[in-house]
Design a protein. Sequence first.
Length: 262
Amino acid sequence: MLFKTLIAVTATVATLAMGSLAHAADLELLEPGKLMVATEGTYAPFSMRAPDGTLDGLEIRVMSEVAKRLNLEYTPVLIKWDSLLVGLQADQYDVISAAMDITEARQKQVTFSNGWLESGGRIVVADQSDVKSAADLKGKTVGALVASSWTKIAEDKGAAVKGYKAESDAMQDLVNGNVDAVITDAIAAAYAIKTAKMPLKMTDDYVSHVQKGFAFKMGKPHLVEAVNKALADMVSDGTYAKLTTDLVGFDPTPKDPIKTIK
């Protein structure tokens, strides 16, 4: 009897182990049990360092919770913005959590999760600037993150663009008078101006309305589906709002999320 019991227990453990491995394989992960996530670590309030040196921010909190709900180890990979898509295609990580706008052009390169945050582009200027709206950007020098949608918007408005690898550098250059304006995400700009007490302000108009999505290499439908479900559950049970509201003062959940293209 004892021998039969041991056989049954062993069989059960083996079945559970195989189920766990199958689950990991189903999620198309690069390394079983880990969710390797690309983030910049320098784009507050999306991704930044807390006073104790740990990573914090909107995307960090949301993606950490996603990993937890999928029973995976959240494993951040710090990488510069202009290398994010290259690294994704080279299988250096499973997903990009960096605050990437869902655009038609990018949807041809990667698979996005459902929109996880809604925001928009705003123009940041010095307090005494004569730039009052997007119509005043023609002939001005505008700072923008390289390889971002802000660059094209600035060019379309007739501005000369100065590219930056970090938003913080662009904002500091604006304070120093080296550019006339900066186009960036409204949430990021408001947070930076408030926390750093910069002598800057935003114009009243938006230059774009966007949703941000987590980006995956094409061909990982199970992982995308699992992340989308975790996100939906977080919004439904109120966890998303709790994780994000204290950073930006409101719940930035998209009212009508852009859906994953299947």
